[in-house]
Design a protein around this ligand. Structure first.
Ligand code: CAA
Length: 379
């Protein structure tokens, strides 16, 4: 594969890198210590067109290619993995399902608001008893004349406390497994939608992760997304692509860990010379650099396949699995290279270490990615 970015894609990289360094970097400590959602930054991202990078101009987006979107997540995540996940969930699974499966009326109603950043999107699939086994969900949507009444609970909903729209999955029939699931666009202010308190997480401080309860939550039948029973297909189709966004977030974390560790190794002197002069350190950095490079190739290969409309769920899973593992390993090694300082909040590597871990868990654990890859391989 040829990793040559177009002029437009390079411009996107530079624009997001400048934005991250000028606008995001200064807020990182506050997000970290106060666990504060970065609303102002999201507003600025909306003005720059970053909340709808791959969304067609016709629906208020920037009309750019998928790789440019992946570049935006990658660059943001080098500075703040929190902003990386907010953007990825908002676009890949908060907006795209409406664009791909919505009626024209739904697209006109919601996509321009989401693409401009006026609305933030969320995706409500996971339940207390249905994480990896997404088809084991229990939330129900019972048809009642012109509306559906939703009852059930969703957990670990990224952007959940801040979103205006939730792509919500609920059972509309008693058919078992994936068959009876339908998708709905549920608006935040819908009576019966109760937003729980934020989770206190190991990492990604500043991102909003909540439980949602649906207590006789009535939505009009026009909020059904796609056909009844099509929900699982909609979830999987968007996760297939969405996983590349998380892979790109993980890539950003891995790149940041490598950069901080290499710089520190060149500056930090022990025994009268920079610690980078020791093979024990330089070989570690060489391994980190190799794995980060391999992750980059997988991430951008998967993005290119999406752009060419070639089926890419295997490649997306490979990218997500490998980039997340690389991010975790690179961040652990970075902490090791920083030694005692790496274990303190004074340096960014301990945050990278905490942020990296979840990339192996959400949007399908790495065990589930193995399952997707093996199924594609073996049938
Ligand atoms: N793409 C398209 N279709 C798929 C698919 C895929 N990747 N995987 C399954 N399907 C289809 C199958 O073809 C099948 O269709 P038919 O019935 O028409 O043949 C149907 O779905 C059921 O397939 P399976 O029996 O294989 O489904 P399963 O119950 O074994 O589950 C799974 C498959 C891959 C394990 C799936 O449940 C899964 O991906 N689980 C992980 C859930 C997940 O990723 N959650 C993420 C939550 S969102 C999030 O994390 C966002 C965030 O905060 C960052």
């Amino acid at each position: 594969m040829n990793l040559q970015f177009s002029e437009e894609q390079e411009m996107m990289r530079k624009m997001v890198r400048d934005f991250a360094e000028k606008e995001v970097q200064q807020e990182v400590d506050r997000m970290e210590t106060e666990d504060r959602f970065p609303r102002e930054i999201i507003q600025k991202m909306g003005k720059l067109g970053l909340m709808g990078v791959p969304i067609p101009e016709k629906y208020g987006g920037s009309g750019m290619d998928y790789t440019s979107y992946i570049i935006a997540i990658n660059e943001l995540s080098k500075v703040s993995a929190t902003l990386g996940v907010i953007l990825s969930v908002h676009t890949s699974v908060g907006t795209n399902p409406i664009l791909k499966f919505g009626s024209e009326a739904q697209k006109k109603e919601y996509v321009p608001k989401l693409a401009s950043g006026e609305y933030l999107g969320a995706f409500a699939l996971t339940e207390p008893g249905a994480g990896s086994d997404a088809a084991g969900s229990k939330t129900k949507a019972v048809k009642d004349g012109e509306r559906y009444i939703l009852n059930g609970s969703k957990v670990f909903i990224t952007n959940g406390g801040e979103a205006q729209t939730y792509i919500t999955f609920a059972r509309t029939s008693d058919e078992p497994g994936s068959k009876g699931v339908s998708a709905f666009i549920v608006e935040k202010d819908t009576p019966g939608l109760i937003i729980g308190k934020p989770e206190k997480k190991m990492g990604l401080h500043g991102s909003s992760t909540v439980q949602l309860n649906f207590d006789n939550c009535a939505v009009g039948k026009q909020q059904l997304l796609g056909e009844e029973g099509e929900g699982f297909k909609i979830a999987m189709a968007n996760l297939n692509v969405g996983r590349i966004g998380i892979a790109s977030q993980a890539l950003g974390i891995g790149e940041a860990a490598l950069e901080h560790a290499a710089n520190y190794a060149k500056e930090r002197e022990q025994f009268g010379k920079p610690i980078a002069a020791n093979q024990g350190i330089s070989f570690k950095l060489a391994d980190m650099a190799t794995e980060v490079e391999a992750a980059k190739l997988l991430v951008y290969q998967a993005a290119e396949l999406v752009e060419k409309e070639v089926p890419s769920s295997k490649e997306a899973s490979m990218a997500k699995m490998y980039a997340s593992k690389t991010a975790r390993k690179a961040a652990i090694e970075a902490v090791q290279i920083f030694g005692g300082y790496g274990y303190t909040e004074e340096y960014p590597v301990e945050r990278l270490f905490r942020d990296a871990k979840v990339t192996e868990i959400y949007e399908g654990t790495n065990e589930i990615q193995h399952k997707v890859i093996a199924k594609d391989l073996l049938g």
